[in-house]
Design a protein around this ligand. Structure first.
Ligand SMILES: [Zn+2]
Length: 309
């Protein structure tokens, strides 16, 4: 009986059902969002095990709660998610598909060591993708409460209205770093209990990799979140509200239709999120492969060489 319950498929179905009921009661997702979250969650549980799933769950619940946080106040200013904050399958796939990909890659690289790819790199990709998405969502949902007016990431001297695409604030930046830190701590706690290539372990092979986990999570969250703002500011389809002057991705604002002002017509927030989480994952692999030691080392020698001449 115990053997049956601890089989990844059975435990996965039990955990997904429990989480699904909680998420539905909390009103985080609509039906299409529920079904896709169930599928993404199950595959991540089966491939990356409880560490990967818990990291994804952290993102899921904190962003769900942050979206609901002071929802009415945000809705009044046109800053809230549509659909009473219930996200659909588009949101779930935009934030879940890259982590899913790296969870599967992590599974493949640890199941087939003959491939010669360190599973820790794929784990870095997974952490990088989730940290980016979590940092971006939390920074946007909480950053709008910044007392100081946000600034535009492509022109930091310019103050812009809250909710503007590409708007950044100190509060948002702090939240982004904190989100990365939280994910790093979750991964480290799992690594302390179990590291290696078994199901349910964090694929840490040595002390250096263990020490890399938290910096990797903070850096990918922070940099990935800012890349998201940057891609959004440059390429995202944007509209101006002729009532309040806000630049938004909404076709309606202040209960009137908005006017298209720039960006690529079909490039929406979903594409921005996909782009930034892919970059966050790439950065995670680079950091996970220890390349930043070489980058920092190279930089150090370059500075030392140029200052001595
Ligand atoms: Zn408006």
């Amino acid at each position: 009986m115990q053997e049956l319950l601890t089989h990844p498929v059975v435990s996965g179905l039990l955990v997904m059902t429990l989480v699904g009921v909680l998420a539905y009661k909390a009103g985080f997702l609509d039906i299409s969002g529920m079904i896709s979250a169930f599928l993404v969650g199950f595959v991540v549980w089966y491939t990356g095990g409880p560490p990967a799933f818990t990291i994804l769950l952290f993102f899921f619940f904190t962003s769900g709660l942050a979206t609901k946080f002071k929802y009415k106040a945000k809705a009044k200013q046109g800053l809230a998610q549509e659909g009473r904050g219930r996200r659909s399958f588009r949101n779930v796939l935009a934030s879940g598909i890259i982590p899913l990909f790296f969870s599967v890659a992590w599974y493949i690289t640890r199941t087939y060591p003959s491939l010669g790819i360190d599973p820790f790199w794929m784990f870095g990709g997974f952490v990088g993708a989730v940290a980016t998405t979590a940092a971006d969502t939390l920074a946007s949902e909480i950053g709008v409460f910044s007392k100081a007016k946000p600034r535009l990431i492509t022109n930091l001297r310019r103050k812009v209205p809250r909710g503007t695409i590409g708007a950044v604030s100190l509060l948002g930046e702090a939240v982004a770093a904190a989100a990365g830190l939280a994910i790093g701590i979750i991964a480290v706690v799992f690594a302390l209990f179990s590291s290696g290539t078994e199901w349910g372990s964090v694929p840490v092979a040595n002390a250096a990799q263990f020490m890399f986990i938290i910096p990797l999570a903070i850096l990918t969250g922070f940099i990935g979140c800012n890349l998201d703002s940057l891609i959004g500011a440059i390429a995202q389809n944007r509209f101006v509200c002729e009532i309040c002057g806000a630049i938004t991705d909404r076709e309606f604002h202040c209960s009137y239709e908005t006017k298209y002002v720039g960006g690529f017509k079909r490039f929406t927030n979903v594409h921005v999120n996909l782009g930034s989480s892919t970059m966050g994952a790439t950065l995670g692999i680079v950091l996970g492969a220890g390349l930043f030691v070489w980058i920092l080392g190279g930089l150090f020698f370059w500075i030392a060489a140029s200052s001595s001449s």
